[in-house]
Write a protein that binds this ligand. Structure first.
Ligand code: S3P
Length: 418
């Protein structure tokens, strides 16, 4: 399985903030992550591949240099938002830009707390392109997340590494914790305390990180397409090896089991401070379920593929608390509902809910608008493996942002594309 996207971005960025060299194996070589490798290189922390490992020459917290030109993050919200936190703690001014999808996405969610700490922006707007100016004398803050977002949490903690004192993020709903785990692995002081049902995550400023060897586990959000395909194509039995099974990322697998999926975690082990397993899925007759809002952060990127196979289940699948889906690479709530309807599935988006009426069969035959969104393209191509008529998507180019191997792996499993 290609490497996890979230962990790949972080390995490059934290390597840039460390002293000494960081060696990364299993890095996801997809467009989003390559843009982050280019960005850290432009900031003076050269990231290069030698043999089968990537090496980042770290410059230490506060040591990044002014880049010669704008940094282009392509399609990646994670690359942009985490880098805003990093730039905040440096006396440099950086212009950030991205593609049409990224330029529509809200940056206020990271800019608001970072401005309180001392970040300045040249423009009054909160969308890319933007020029951000950091400071080596940031003010530490206590910040309660207004949305369940690991990107916002990470941006504030990364800025906190360079602030004088302790910076705390308060999180009411648990989001992916790769930043906390990996910062500790690099030697930063990160403390997590539960107070009255909320997590308080505190990072100590003036931090020193040390270059490390990082092994990137397989991406569960990409594995999801292969495993979902196995569940809906009769006779399938697929095992994906070495997949990250951090509990902040496995909500999809909890949901699939509730739907009656024959899915198991085998050979559970730990690698580089993260739990991993081989995941085996076999064709299963699925039933509709209710997916609670509280589960959304742990499967936020998996709703399109869940919805795409929910039509093969018998009964209603009701997914709640999906407000954040509207501000992903596309409005995924609307794009998913539209793709289902175009393929003869009875579905509707209602506020922040998505409801799919499963009949056990999907007619297919429709053309799905992907809106520059890789996961919309892959979700509907997965649905097309088991629908009565083939499913079309209007564009596949964006798949390369997260999972360039998608088509080849699907073909190895027996899919055909025309
Ligand atoms: C990510 C966090 C999630 C997720 C994104 C990657 C990360 O976004 O959707 O694909 O690596 O921190 P939010 O934290 O904004 O929900």
């Amino acid at each position: 399985m290609p490497g996890d996207k979230s962990i790949s971005h972080r390995a490059l960025m934290f390597g840039a903030l460390a002293t000494g060299t960081t060696r990364i194996t299993g890095l996801l070589e997809a467009e989003d992550v390559i843009n982050t490798a280019r960005a850290v290189t432009a900031l003076g922390a050269e990231a290069v591949k030698t043999g089968d490992a990537w090496h980042v020459k770290g410059r230490g917290v506060g040591g990044l240099k002014q880049p010669d030109g704008p940094l282009d993050f392509g399609n990646s919200g994670t690359g942009t938002r985490l880098m805003m936190g990093i730039v905040a703690a440096h006396d440099i001014s950086v212009t950030m830009q991205g593609d049409a999808s990224l330029s529509r996405r809200p940056m206020s969610r990271v800019l608001n707390p970072l401005r309180t700490m001392g970040l300045q922006t040249a423009e009054a707007k909160d969308t890319l392109p933007l020029t951000v100016k950091g400071s080596s004398s940031l003010v530490p803050i206590v910040y309660e997340l207004p949305v369940a977002s690991a990107q916002v949490k990470s941006a504030v903690l990364l800025a906190g590494l360079g602030a004088a004192g302790e910076t705390t993020v308060v999180e009411r709903e648990a989001t992916r914790d790769h930043t906390e785990r990996m910062l500790r692995f690099f030697g930063a002081s990160v403390e997590t305390r539960e107070i009255e049902g909320a997590m308080h995550i505190t990072v100590r400023g003036d931090a020193e990180l040390t270059g490390r060897d990082v092994v990137v586990p397989g991406d569960p959000s990409s594995a999801a397409f292969l495993l979902a395909a196995a569940l809906v194509v009769p006779g399938s039995d697929v095992t994906v090896e070495g997949v990250l099974v951090n509990p902040t990322r496995t909500g999809l697998y909890v949901t699939l089991r509730e739907m009656g999926a024959d899915i198991e975690f085998l050979n559970e082990r730990e690698e580089g401070g993260e739990p991993i397993a081989d995941i085996r899925a076999r064709y299963s007759q699925l039933k509709g379920v209710q997916v609670p809002a509280a589960r959304a952060p742990s499967m936020i990127d998996e709703y399109p593929v869940l919805a795409a196979i929910a039509g093969f289940a018998v009964g209603e699948t009701r997914m709640e608390g999906l407000g954040e889906l509207k501000v992903k690479e596309s409005d995924r709530l609307a794009a998913t509902a539209a793709g289902l309807i175009a393929n003869g599935v009875v579905a509707r988006a209602d506020g922040d809910k998505l409801i799919v009426e499963g009949t056990g069969k999907v007619p297919g035959g429709g053309l799905v608008e992907t809106h520059l969104d890789h996961r919309i393209a892959m979700a509907f191509l997965t649905m097309g493996l088991a629908s009565d008529a083939p499913v079309g998507v209007d564009d596949t180019a964006m798949i390369a942002t997260s999972f360039p191997e998608f088509r080849g792996l699907m073909e190895q499993l027996g899919a055909s594309y025309v």
